[in-house]
Design a protein around this ligand. Structure first.
Ligand code: ATP
Length: 312
């Protein structure tokens, strides 16, 4: 039955539910187009992402999928072409230069892949953590700063290394100190770009454990960007991105016998688009068109064998 005029009016005046609501990170239909020498590259093509406060998530994608572009947007280094990007209620598209600076100093902390980029080589671990606290000018007194730095290093399991310079630390220890540096000014969000890219698998586990500790003990939201799909064993939620769009989500949970179960889901956007995994499409030779059938509890997707006459 068609709605009456008064029903339509009531619908129009009802408060609109905004995508993502007041979630900590909201990207809604995010687009980033790079223009170089007249050629346009669409790095993000309508990406949607919602992360709640206090979550620990990984964003995984192959090279060129748009991970760095997304990270640059979330870190306030780059401004997207269109869409919505909000972190902790701050609008990353319309922020003034002053707000952007404050955002980068106070709201987000970073950990880069290159261990050397995170720490100053001539300072000890403790001095590296103290420096951003001093620059922010929010904690006065050397002793108070030293105490905060020592507490963070202790929390991340590198308290005994406080007096060492980066060159006297292992790669994993350097990254744990880097996490302490990122946490120095109590950011609400930590962005980590391939934080274990230069480490072997045992050392990587230590770094993930440190990120989990920071997340659990301090309640800070953590977003890890990586090309390594095995990260889904380390975090509760892994978001896959493909061709500049979120394509899948893997949720990790504990099974009945205490075993870790990882389940992969495809992401359905608001207009009903979803990306089929490439290997599923290849296995059934699916191309261009598929046949859909609505069943009582699922939707069937079948490959269509194209007739040559179809193209004319
Ligand atoms: N500054 C730029 N100018 C032009 N094109 C760019 C620029 N930065 C990225 N791109 C293009 O945008 C797309 C997404 O790149 P992006 O660096 O975000 O992917 P990525 O998933 O981080 O890859 P990688 O893991 O290799 O760093 C690619 O096609 C890339 O060539």
């Amino acid at each position: 039955m068609n709605p009456t005029l008064s029903e339509l009016e009531a619908r129009a005046s009802a408060p609109k539910t905004v995508f993502g609501g007041d979630a900590h990170i909201v990207c809604d239909n995010l687009v980033r187009i790079y223009k170089t020498e007249g050629v346009e590259v669409v790095a993000l093509q309508g990406l949607d992402l919602v992360v709640r406060e206090g979550e620990l998530v990984a964003i995984v994608g192959a090279s060129g999928s748009g991970k760095s572009t997304l990270l640059n947007v979330l870190s306030g280094l780059d401004v997207p072409t269109a869409g919505v990007a909000r972190v902790a209620g701050m609008d990353l598209l319309s922020m003034t230069a002053k707000d952007r600076l404050r955002y980068r100093r106070e709201v987000v902390g970073f950990i880069w892949q290159q261990t050397a980029r995170n720490l100053l080589p001539y300072l000890t671990a403790r001095e590296n953590v103290e420096l951003p606290i001093k620059l922010a000018g929010r904690v006065s007194g050397r002793a108070a700063r030293g105490e905060r730095a020592a507490r963070l290093l202790e929390l991340l399991g590198v308290g005994s290394r406080a007096g060492r310079r980066p060159a006297e630390l292992s790669g994993g220890e350097q990254q744990r100190v880097a996490i302490a540096v990122a946490l120095a000014n109590e950011p609400r969000l930590i962005l980590a770009d391939e934080p274990t890219g230069e480490l072997d698998s045992d050392t990587s586990e230590e770094v993930f454990e440190a990120l989990r500790t920071a997340n659990r003990e301090l309640g800070v939201t953590v977003v890890i960007v990586t090309h390594d799909p095995l990260v889904s064993e380390q975090v509760d939620r892994t978001i896959g991105i493909r061709d500049g769009r979120t394509s899948s989500e893997t949720l990790r949970r504990e099974g009945a016998e205490g075993q870790i179960v990882a389940e992969e889901y495809a992401v359905l956007d608001r207009v009903g688009r979803l990306q089929l995994p490439r290997d599923f499409m290849n296995a059934l030779d699916m191309e261009r068109r598929v046949r859909l059938e609505l069943e009582s509890d699922h939707i069937g997707v079948w490959p269509v064998r194209e007739e040559p006459s179809d193209e004319q």
